[in-house]
Design a binder for this molecule. Sequence first.
Ligand SMILES: [Zn+2]
Length: 261
Amino acid sequence: MSRPEQKYGVAWSRDELILALYYYCQIPFARTKASNPEVIKLASILGRSPSSVARKLGNLGAFDPVLAKKGISGLTHYSKTDKAVWEEFTNNWDALVRESQRLLASPGVIPQGEGPHDEPEVGLPTGATERPVVGVQRVYQDFFRRTVLASYDFTCCVCGADLPMLLIASHIVPWSVDKQNRVNPENGLCLCVLHDRAYDRGLLAVDDKMVIVVSREARKSRSEFVQHTIVEFADKSLHAPRRFFPRQRFLKWHLHNVFAQ
Ligand SMILES: [Zn+2]
């Protein structure tokens, strides 16, 4: 992928759309604005204007079933290539990360000497510059974490805790069980450290109506803290994500295989 000058009115290539989707997933939808530093960074990588990149990220929202249902995206100007890229890569998340990393590492795509991002918690990977220090595995984990946290607007979907340093992108089906869905954001929940552990150990689960269920063991606890932080959430609805809803099949797997009843 070359790094052309500002490309006004030039159709988006498949490679550009792959990178746009990669960024789209990791930026909360409400922040896909031309003034967002990540949008500006992608614009600089692609040699396009930030407003054209922001528009494209908005266009991608048109394919997002959650946003479409809420009538949030409202954007109808998309091309066949937009749709093809969305469909191909939201069915093959590993490939999205792999292809994006390949494009970001291509000579000339990333400006020389670009340093690490100011906000490591939520900043997007810069590809080539991070490659030597982080392993391949880490790149996939980072994408999953950023995408899941962005989907849930950086909020624990059980208790609403909103401090990023307390939040974990928790796999519904552990990646050791289902490697194919290790990066799939529909296999993720944004949970605080306490609820991540409780979910992982089967004290909590989510049923097919997106309602929280609590195990007998937790309910029997005499600790006021456990009652307050876990048991009280029984029968409450999960804080729904803004996109990439958890897939029923994954929730069901957890309910049957991990939840302790
Ligand atoms: Zn929580």
